[in-house]
Design a protein around this ligand. Sequence first.
Ligand SMILES: Cc1cc2nc3c(=O)[nH]c(=O)nc-3n(C[C@H](O)[C@H](O)[C@H](O)COP(=O)(O)OP(=O)(O)OC[C@H]3O[C@@H](n4cnc5c(N)ncnc54)[C@H](O)[C@@H]3O)c2cc1C
Length: 407
Amino acid sequence: MGASKEIGFKVIVVGAGPSGLLLALLLAKQGISVTLIEKSSEYDKQPRASFYSYPAQYEFKRAGIMEDVDAKAFHANGVSWRNIDGSLIAQLDTSDSPPDFQMVSLPLDELLPLIGSHLDRQPSAEVLWSHKVLSLRQDEHQAWVEVESPSGTQTLYASYIVGCDGGGSKVRRELFGQNFPGRTWDEQIVATNVYLPNLKKHTPPDWTTSNFMISRDHFPMIAQISNDGLHRVTYGEEGGLTYDELRARQPDKYKAFVPGKPEPEDYKMINFSPYKIHQRLAERLRVGRVLLAADAAHLCNPFGGMGLTGGFADVGGLYDCLYGIYSGQCDDSILDKYSDIRREKYQDVIDPISSGNLRRLWDPKAIEDDEFIKMVRRTNTDREYAGQMREGVKAVMHDFTQYYNKT
Ligand SMILES: Cc1cc2nc3c(=O)[nH]c(=O)nc-3n(C[C@H](O)[C@H](O)[C@H](O)COP(=O)(O)OP(=O)(O)OC[C@H]3O[C@@H](n4cnc5c(N)ncnc54)[C@H](O)[C@@H]3O)c2cc1C
């Protein structure tokens, strides 16, 4: 099929997950014509990202949604590392951190429609639900996708196409086939969203919003994620177990580590989702007019919330690059910098930190000698050091506007 040269500057974003929605909103707020293509007919409701730290909040502010996020979010007071009996090992108290550095929690089933409601108000944006990308091509002038839609197969054209279509990204597979370098952990995890009305009766006074427990068998994380008392309980499981086996083991798992050893009648579980966990990075995040961001570009295990934090940092960087090209402040070689620098951020920051966060939960004997645990303890007595450690979360970010008029 021939490609029209009359489209002007237009961006197609594939995937109305958190990264695609935020990128579309940032671009549309600058008047850039953007089409967001989503294969589902509604927002995803799986229990995934919930906690957002400084880099995510920075992009929420730029997109003009931070006030709305703040109004709905649960505000976290800190993170603890504990033995499996709940006793404290180390604690990061964030209750007196500057507001920008306090974690907020808003489960994706609330965040996605919130971003979407802002996007719906943008005249230069359109969202195409129930449109599934089947294939992708490009030439020197433009790129185009073939999509399956309720009204049949269509071809949609753009200056640039961004794959924000998640870990199984069709856009990435069109570029690189099955090649997604990295590894899959032998372990798997189960993420549950659950109301635990009696939890407070059984937790120690130093219990914080998020609590990681050290155990090779369970490596649980228990965190409150909403103002109405919803908790995220995520725990480790053996690889190779089926969904039904995992489901059957869940009550005993809870009894092994949730304070108070609750029986099923003591809680109300509203989501149960097993996940395989991966550390993977695409070999390039740019091929001509096609770009990859967030989970389509890289995956990490969710302990410590580095996944979407890195994804939103991609989105903010890519927005600056595309806006720079649109506004004539740079040429499109800035997209090569995007690819190189965002890959470096994954290799140097996201992969090592997220892998360390997971392994730290496995060995009760090694925990006392763990350098990160020593750093966390130091923040309790050394406020200046606590400030430096807070600033460390910015390491995942990069300001691409510094290359304007230099590319
Ligand atoms: C248990 C768990 C907890 C987590 N907690 C956190 C956390 O607290 N903080 C954090 O930062 N990260 C966290 N993460 C990671 C985070 O959830 C992901 O990084 C994030 O959801 C990725 O967003 P995305 O927009 O890139 O992809 P997705 O959310 O996967 O969205 C991709 C979208 O693309 C659509 N799509 C796919 N294929 C096509 C196609 N062919 N055509 C059209 N549309 C398509 C999909 O339907 C979907 O809507 C967690 C992950 C898990 C599993």
